[in-house]
Design a protein around this ligand. Structure first.
Ligand SMILES: Cc1cc2nc3c(=O)[nH]c(=O)nc-3n(C[C@H](O)[C@H](O)[C@H](O)COP(=O)(O)OP(=O)(O)OC[C@H]3O[C@@H](n4cnc5c(N)ncnc54)[C@H](O)[C@@H]3O)c2cc1C
Length: 425
């Protein structure tokens, strides 16, 4: 329960980060107002269409040493797993330079990994708790997640990351070819080695899960406002209201969890955060003729491949482009090509016109860490955005940290690395 009088806290954005923050703030005894123009976890949110992984081992940033050598390829090959649209290059060049610099040596990667781990480590247990409370326990799957490689040498090429995982206490097992065949007989013989993150899991239908969390919040007294936040009403540094396109919402604290929509509001709260969209895509193939136990990640495709209630989902690709630009559906075709390559025996089922194609915006900072903590203009506004590739995983710990900061409680881990001020003002 709240240490002092309960506060009214507006949470801006009902993706997975806003929802988890709202649950933790409500658990601490405060009144929550959820401001969201769309459906919680609807198709507009990254939280809808991701690869469903909840992964304690999600410690590695995307930018790793040697990335700069691949940049010409990103620009020239529109079918690779990471592309930059030429017309967006001038706008994204500064971000890209910082992104490459953030991953320029292995000491830096080790530091980022240590900072990411507290956000990831308890993810499965935390989501299991929320899901049970929301009556959605069946959506949590806990069969581990398996990176699949053509052979052991491809796995060995990534040994630094696996060693970092091991040193942080993330459990994994090596899966030899015979075991891989037994686990997933339909998987193409081109993959002959696996590494299973034993304690990782999935939220089989993240959109339905988000919707259920929103219902749970409302059942516990939260108020929903169908509006888009536009600014903050501050009086001598004290927050009076969040101004929305439907009028003011009076509150004493605000949590900014609007995903890719957060940058403009963060600026109004005093922080210039280099936040861009790493756009990602998914396809869902209904009745694919293959049911996966553990989710898979092919090393040559860098995408999550999972079974969901709607069918086989392949989610991945990175495209640096304006979030509002038309999707480039060739990227969905690349995912479909991978489905055929991974499950050649089922490929003739994958021509169905019923395939669902989706594009979403990963809200990404250049240094592989989200922004969590007090805004520069007012400690009544707290940031909770920028989780890029791993927001589903990192949302519960983010929520706990934000709730502790609001109450002035001992935080569950050091918030300093996530401060928006690291980018300067
Ligand atoms: C292809 C793909 C695969 C991924 N796979 C994984 C994975 O397997 N595991 C993992 O952990 N993560 C994964 N991610 C990342 C993860 O989905 C995101 O990091 C996470 O969903 C971000 O959550 P969020 O709540 O910050 O943002 P969102 O889910 O985008 O939600 C933000 C919400 O804020 C609302 N909003 C925007 N502006 C305003 C405003 N002004 N006022 C009020 N509301 C506003 C939006 O309508 C939206 O509902 C993946 C992402 C993609 C694209």
């Amino acid at each position: 329960m709240a240490k002092d009088a309960p506060l009214t806290v507006a949470v801006i954005g009902a993706g997975i980060v806003g929802l988890c923050a709202a649950l933790e703030i409500q658990r601490a005894g405060h009144h929550v107002i959820l401001i969201e123009p769309g459906d919680p976890g609807g198709r507009q949110a990254a939280s809808y269409g991701n690869a469903t992984w909840i992964n304690p081992g999600a410690i590695a940033p995307i930018s790793l040493p040697g990335l700069w050598r691949k940049v010409p390829g990103f620009l020239l090959d529109p079918t690779g797993p990471f592309t930059v649209r030429w017309r967006d290059l001038p706008r994204h060049a500064g971000w890209l330079a910082r992104f490459i610099a953030a991953g320029r040596d292995w000491d830096r990667i080790a530091t980022i990994a240590r900072r990411r781990y507290p956000l990831c480590k308890d993810t499965v247990a935390d989501h299991r708790t929320y899901a049970a409370e929301a009556g959605m326990g069946h959506l949590i799957r806990q069969q581990g997640l398996v990176y699949v490689y053509p052979d052991r040498s491809a796995f060995a090429a990534e040994s630094r990351i696996w060693t970092m995982r091991q040193e942080l206490g993330v459990r994994f097992s090596e899966v030899e070819e015979a075991e891989l065949r037994r686990l997933q007989p339909e998987l193409s013989p081109r993959y002959r080695f696996g590494a299973r993150l034993d304690d990782a899991g999935q939220i089989a239908d993240p959109g339905a899960y988000c919707a259920a969390l929103a219902r749970l919040l409302e059942a516990r007294g939260a108020q929903r406002v169908g509006a888009r936040a536009a600014s903050f009403v501050l009086d001598d540094g004290k927050l009076r209201a969040v101004m929305t396109d439907q009028g003011p919402v009076a509150c004493q604290r605000a949590v900014l969890a609007a995903g890719i929509g957060s940058a403009g509001l963060a600026r109004l709260a005093g922080d210039r955060v280099p936040l861009i969209s790493e756009r990602g895509y998914h396809i869902v193939i209904p009745e694919p003729g293959v049911e996966l136990g553990a989710g898979l990640m092919p090393s040559d495709g860098q995408m999550g491949v999972v079974s969901t209630p709607q069918g086989l989902r392949l989610a991945g690709q990175v495209e640096l482009a304006d979030p509002a630009a038309e999707p480039d559906w060739r990227r969905a075709e690349i995912l479909l090509g991978f489905a055929r390559k991974m499950f050649p025996g089922q490929a003739d089922r994958f021509g169905t016109p019923a395939i669902d194609r989706w594009m979403g915006n990963r809200p990404s900072t250049p240094d592989g860490l989200p922004c969590i903590g007090f805004a520069s203009r007012s400690p009544d506004i707290l940031h909770a955005f920028g989780h890029a590739h791993t927001g589903l995983t990192q949302a519960p710990a983010t929520g706990k940290l934000v709730a502790a900061l609001i109450d002035g409680r001992e935080p569950p881990f050091d918030p300093a690395p996530y401060s928006a001020r690291r980018f300067g003002r």
